[in-house]
Design a protein. Structure first.
Length: 388
């Protein structure tokens, strides 16, 4: 949709809603796809690549790679015996273990990751949850634990505890563009200031208390809090968004289904080629694994699309409910959720001295001056509306 300065305020509102709903639709799709993957993981199957030392025969069958597994076993043994990562990678090489034909020596980073990969004991870790795996273990739990205690001995934690400051990472300095960070003073007072990372900045020594920032962000949220009288107007706009969604999701489904058919055809041809003897067993196995994996991913996406479609309708209701109770809801939330909500609502947050600057995201920018817009344009809605 093309917006011009002459677009009516109603057109702008509908456009704003469409932008937001489209974003939510895509977020939902991603979330549902994730859930599909989670389901596979919870049944103990690897998604995508398997760890070094394993071979995936098909989406539901992973076996030990007899050529690579000894490398893994020896790495765990050496590290568990108290050698450093650097020492272990050299020792492996000296003992004749080859990581990969192109990289005979494993890097320290790769070795560290390998040694912390709990999947080697036969479980499947997905998003920090451990499920019983369908694959055989390469090392025992005991050997794995021993290696982990070596990590604890060797490595100090890299990051100190994050204090979960509510406005951390939200603003940049209006003068120099550096991040505004938070700091605790005298053990309990939270202050924000410019890092001054780009050199000279007069704001660097200016500290503003969290309280003062909080008041300004509270005001920002209060402004979008809508009264019931405005809701009807927005509901009308939401109805107009439905057509767009239908077109988008239909197109997506058709594309996915076409892709599915195309790969199925290829698999058919592959089998024919194999039977005719024009395609080797090795090539047949390679291709059929890869294409079946793609088919599986497409199925997950199609399932996700179905759910995202249902959720779309709830989204509109959610926007209205959010706006109805925005301030009250916001104040109830823990810091992390407050930050999420502010990011949803605002962008380009800056700090200039003690003053916070920000822009409202779509479609909230339309609601900010809702009353003045309505009064001013109620009688001539098709004429020039206010600029966002
Ligand atoms: Zn600065």
């Amino acid at each position: 949709m093309v917006l011009t300065p002459n677009s009516s305020s109603h057109e702008k509102l509908v456009h704003g809603l469409k932008v937001l709903l489209a974003k939510n639709f895509i977020d939902n799709l991603r979330e549902e796809t994730q859930k599909g993957r989670l389901k596979k993981a919870s049944q103990g199957y690897f998604i995508g690549q398997v760890p070094y030392g394993y071979k995936k025969l098909n989406p539901r069958k992973t076996i030990i790679d007899e050529q690579k597994a000894p490398f893994v076993i020896r790495a765990f043994e050496l590290y568990g015996s108290g050698l450093s990562l650097e020492h272990v990678r050299n020792q492996l090489y000296d003992e004749g273990f080859i990581y990969q034909p192109a990289h005979n020596k494993i890097s320290k980073g790769q070795l560290g990751k390998l040694l912390q990969n709990i999947n080697y004991v036969g479980v499947l870790k997905f998003k920090n949850v451990i499920y019983e795996g369908q694959h055989p273990p390469i090392v025992s739990q005991e050997i794995f634990d021993k290696a982990q205690s070596s990590f604890r001995k060797d490595n100090k934690p890299l990051y100190r505890d994050n204090h979960n400051f509510v406005f951390a990472g939200m603003m940049t300095c209006a003068e120099c563009g550096c991040a505004i960070i938070a700091e605790i003073k005298k053990g309990k007072y939270i202050y924000y200031h410019c890092t001054g990372g780009k050199g000279k900045c007069s704001q660097k020594s200016k500290y503003i208390s969290e309280e003062k920032l909080e008041k300004q962000f509270d005001e920002a949220v209060k402004t979008v809090n809508l009264a019931q009288v405005h809701i009807e107007y927005i509901k009308q706009g939401l109805k107009e968004c439905l057509k767009d969604k239908k077109e988008f999701s239909e197109e997506l489904r058709e594309n996915l289904q076409a892709e599915y058919k195309r790969i199925e055809n290829r698999l058919d041809k592959l089998l024919v080629g194999y039977c005719d003897g024009t395609i080797s067993t090795q090539l047949y196995n390679e291709k059929s694994i890869a294409w079946n994996k793609t088919l599986e991913e497409i199925n997950i996406k199609l399932d996700a699309l179905r759910v995202a479609n249902q959720k779309y309708y709830d989204e509109g209701v959610k926007i209205i409910e959010t706006l109805k109770n925005a301030y009250w809801l916001y104040k109830q939330q823990p810091n992390e959720e407050k930050r999420k909500f502010l990011n949803y609502l605002l962008s380009n947050c800056t700090l200039n001295g003690e003053k916070v600057g920000y822009d409202y995201n779509l479609p909230f920018s339309y609601f900010v001056n809702f009353d003045s817009c309505r009064k001013k344009y109620a009688c001539r809605d098709s004429n020039a509306g206010p600029s966002a």
